[in-house]
Design a protein around this ligand. Sequence first.
Ligand code: NAI
Length: 264
Amino acid sequence: MTAEIDKHRFPPFPCRMTLDLTGKVAVITGAGRGIGRAVALAFARAGADVACVSRTETNAKQIAEEVGVLGRKSQAYAVDVAKAAEVDAAAEKILADFGRVDVLVNNAGINRDGLLMRMSETDWEAVLTTNLGGAFHFTRALSRGMIRQRAGRIINITSIIGLIGNAGQANYAASKAGLIGFTKSVAREFASRGITCNAIAPGFIETDMTSAINTDLRQKLLEKIPLGRFGQPDDVARCALFLASPAADYITGQVLTVDGGMVM
Ligand code: NAI
């Protein structure tokens, strides 16, 4: 192949620019720790200003400070994503503080595991209203502005459990599978407005959420991961950064699995 043809087939590509979020404003729920914290830091390193949403004020403030140290504008918001009125009020405040929102990462989530026969209404509802309701509340509250600016990125953190199910996690699996249907519907509804909506399905990521899993089960799970290691919050954050960046301009309604090959 001549150099001329090669140049034609592979035109110079601005690789360094594609993961750049300079000038963008991102809202990240559950930013206080784990995956959300890693996403907030990755986005800030890529140049984004970050609105850090967490249930507790202390956690929200701590990550907002860390983002500030990276030289980006940041603000903490203590919000329970399960409560529509709290989310609406926070969204209004975020828009007043930052002027616009370009990227929304619906990451806040909980689990209340238990066998179905013994699962309480409270545990069912808490998981559904937080994991699924939270994404609905924040997407509804912030999409109007994205529609007006005819651009936006929505990234929902689902789970491989939403794809394959798991004994003892009916509530969690239902919420995460629901999030996938939600993602695809939002992607279709907002596509003509220049807004993309995608989901990330992490596998086993080492955070507070998975820290209680006992050694035996950890070993069994590890054997099911072809890449031979548990995931780290940064593994998910890099995927979120890709989906938020210009590199993912033509991707919507997709679920990207970040699980070391566990589900394929
Ligand atoms: P984590 O428990 O370390 O962090 C969850 C964050 O969400 C915390 O900051 C918490 O305060 C926040 N949060 C929970 N309920 C909230 C509410 N009602 N309002 C506002 N914030 C709330 O968990 P991790 O592992 O970082 O999980 C993040 C997301 O990733 C969750 O949606 C989880 O379901 C999902 N995920 C995690 C996996 C893992 O292996 N760790 C695997 C697959 C999905």
